[in-house]
Design a protein around this ligand. Structure first.
Ligand SMILES: Cc1cc2nc3c(=O)[nH]c(=O)nc-3n(C[C@H](O)[C@H](O)[C@H](O)COP(=O)(O)O)c2cc1C
Length: 199
């Protein structure tokens, strides 16, 4: 049976599972390494331990990535303030959508779909793969590709500050990701970023 078919069956089955959202603690917006130190540590990591991220770390990381730092504006800029990205968090327990206003991870699919997010071995070892999904009703994929870089760099800098490893990834099977995350026709995965503790 091919991989796409397996993920389709798992995803369909899981529609009937009870959703288990994760209510995150408030993000800690102070502390961390000074900016110049974080920049000095920014780097790509490809070897991870399987240690889970706790909810405080998840909250801080997601807020740094794409949270609101003003009434309706975010930590990452976007051309014409389109804010077209939806952050999907693929954890061992399921696929979640980050609701930045409610500070909650909304479970969309139950089950471990980390393997569907990439071709490199570490994607199933590291606890988190963030999938940056463009809402094509707000912007086209071409326009979105510039905006996603800012979100990714926020994650790189947060990880450098918090002592976590990360790697942004363009090497994945788009159709496999769309199936596993149950994306609609107007949702496009643009880039993926793995996060976890370094081995
Ligand atoms: C758009 C983009 C796509 C990338 N795709 C991958 C990838 O699929 N797999 C991977 O291991 N690294 C990927 N990288 C990470 C680069 O290989 C890495 O940034 C580069 O080697 C420089 O290393 P540094 O980040 O430690 O400075 C990607 C980086 C960017 C910016």
């Amino acid at each position: 049976m091919n991989k796409v078919l397996v993920f389709t069956i798992m995803a369909s089955f899981c529609i009937f599972c009870t959703a288990q959202d994760i209510t995150l603690p408030q993000p800690q917006k102070t502390g961390g390494k000074p900016l110049m130190e974080a920049l000095s540590h920014r780097q790509t990591t490809r070897e991870y331990s399987d240690r889970e991220l706790d909810n405080q770390t998840l909250s801080d990381l997601l807020w740094a990535a794409y949270g609101f730092n003003r009434e309706d504006k975010r930590t990452a800029p976007s051309a014409n303030d389109k804010q077209e990205f939806i952050l999907y968090a693929v954890l061992k327990s399921g696929v979640y959508v980050y609701d930045a206003k409610e500070n909650t991870l909304i479970q969309k699919v139950k089950g471990d779909f980390r393997a569907a997010t990439g071709k490199q071995d570490f994607v199933t070892v590291a606890p988190l793969n963030l999938v940056y999904v463009a809402d094509l009703t707000k912007n086209d994929a071409g326009g979105a590709s510039a905006n996603v870089g800012f979100i990714s760099q926020n994650v790189y800098l947060y990880c450098a500050s918090a002592g976590l490893g990360t790697v942004v990834r363009g090497w994945y099977d788009k159709e496999e990701v769309k199936t596993a995350l149950q994306l609609s026709a107007t949702e496009e995965p643009v880039l993926i970023q793995t996060v976890g503790y370094k081995k």
